[in-house]
Design a protein around this ligand. Sequence first.
Ligand SMILES: C[S@@+](CC[C@H](N)C(=O)[O-])C[C@H]1O[C@@H](n2cnc3c(N)ncnc32)[C@H](O)[C@@H]1O
Length: 274
Amino acid sequence: MSDANYFPYLHGFSESEQQRLREQAFYEEHRIYQDIDFSRIKNLLEVGCGVGAQSEILLRRFSKLHLTGIDLNDRQLASAKEYLATLPYAKDRYEIKKMDAQNLEFESNSFEGAFLCWVLEHIPHPQKVLNEVRRVLRPGSKVFITEVLNSTFFLDPYSPNVWKYWMAFNDYQLDTHGDPFIGAKLGNLLQAGGFQDIKLSLKNLHFDNRFPDERKETIDFWTDLLMSAKEQLISEKVITQELADAAYQELKTIASDPNAVFYYTYVQAQATVI
Ligand SMILES: C[S@@+](CC[C@H](N)C(=O)[O-])C[C@H]1O[C@@H](n2cnc3c(N)ncnc32)[C@H](O)[C@@H]1O
């Protein structure tokens, strides 16, 4: 697949999805950036910048860096450009380019750091991407990669329709050459790509009666995430409208259940180019 405009991208490229990506970035900012320090980096590559949601955070948090964001989809690129142009602190500090992450059009040793978030899961050949990222990074550069591990999702009370929907969601991503379990494989991929000093950290979202507000917020956010794939899954005949409606109802009920449990873990890898 050479052009993400025709890529069977699970979440689609609608305006509401673009807004969801920005909200998702703010929502997870404190966990995703907990261990990331790009304050000494001048020249950062962001692979799969989407609508600029993480680009905004990177430019805000690290005032010295210049960011080059690449993505393959025209609508995401246009949205990222429009969004970043509204931010005074981003002025003259970024470039947004159309490019396939599997075939980067940069000279070797071009960047001092790289950032990838929720991208490899959508790409048919993630190893190619990491090989390319390594090629364009200078020795001493760090890469941070944040990825899903969808087998970790758990909800209580047990919700059979959410579960069926979730299985269909993951099966569809696998069938369309993505990988909803790629978080667990980041260590292998980075090692095979020749990266050194590889460290993995698990980001746990475990919300129960100890954290009722975060639990409700997370389940609402999760409902939007799951439903963002609904049209695509229905049009591909992977699920029915009835299943989507039933899963939605279960999620709404659980969001106000005083004893609900939400659990999900994702993975962040960091590694160095020697
Ligand atoms: C879920 S979005 C994540 C965007 C952003 N990193 C964030 O966290 O908000 C995944 C992005 O990867 C892009 N993408 C998919 N395949 C790609 C490829 N081969 N090369 C570059 N970008 C790609 C999609 O167009 C989409 O914008």
